[in-house]
Design a protein around this ligand. Structure first.
Ligand code: AMP
Length: 173
């Protein structure tokens, strides 16, 4: 179980999905059972000290890691999705992107008031997505005990957008 194994299984894909973006491709990690299991074990070690009541998964690659974490940690998992995907009564939050805006939604019965939650995604980049997800949990009277990421693009300083919510990342670039 090692961070270096996990790091070696994340592939850089230049100019995807648009020129100038260095895409961090997790498919080699998912295709390696030992590497994927290491990633999940190491992420769970980072999350456990925060003692959350539940995990909040951000669509879509966050679902992959969060589902594995939820089963291995024995914690409830709740979904935050893009607009129009959740079937039941929901709350939403609009947030600004570099160009334009976006929206995230969560079921009204996901967050228990006063409950503590860890927000999970694959990449912390500019932090806009995770900050919006955390605000959505807080809007539902939940507490964000931490935000946990497989990797962090630290040069984009996404942590500053998370303000006072603690952030844990396994692989830091
Ligand atoms: P951000 O809101 O800028 O922190 O972006 C986070 C979301 O965008 C995550 O859900 C990631 O899946 C995705 N993302 C952002 N940058 C990258 C990247 N360089 N490689 C892969 N995914 C990325």
């Amino acid at each position: 179980m090692s961070v270096e194994l996990v790091r070696s299984l994340i592939r850089d894909v230049p100019d995807f999905p648009s020129p100038g973006i260095l895409f961090k491709d997790i498919t080699p990690l998912l295709a390696d059972p030992k590497g994927f299991a290491s990633a999940v074990d190491l992420m769970s070690e980072q999350i456990r000290p925060y003692d959350p009541h539940g995990l909040i998964a951000i669509e879509s690659r966050g679902f992959i890691f969060c589902a594995a974490l939820a089963t291995s940690m024995g914690l409830p998992m709740h979904l935050i999705r893009k607009p129009g995907k959740l079937p039941h009564s929901k709350a939403g939050l609009d947030y600004d992107l570099e160009y334009g805006s976006d929206r995230l939604e969560i079921h009204l019965d996901a967050v228990k008031p006063g409950g503590r939650y860890a927000v999970v995604d694959d990449v912390l980049a500019t932090g806009g997505t995770a900050a919006a997800a955390a605000s959505l949990v807080e809007q539902q009277q939940g507490e964000v005990s931490c935000c946990a990421f497989l990797m962090e693009l630290s040069f984009l300083d996404g942590r500053s957008k998370l303000v006072n919510r603690p952030a844990e990342s396994l692989v830091i670039y």
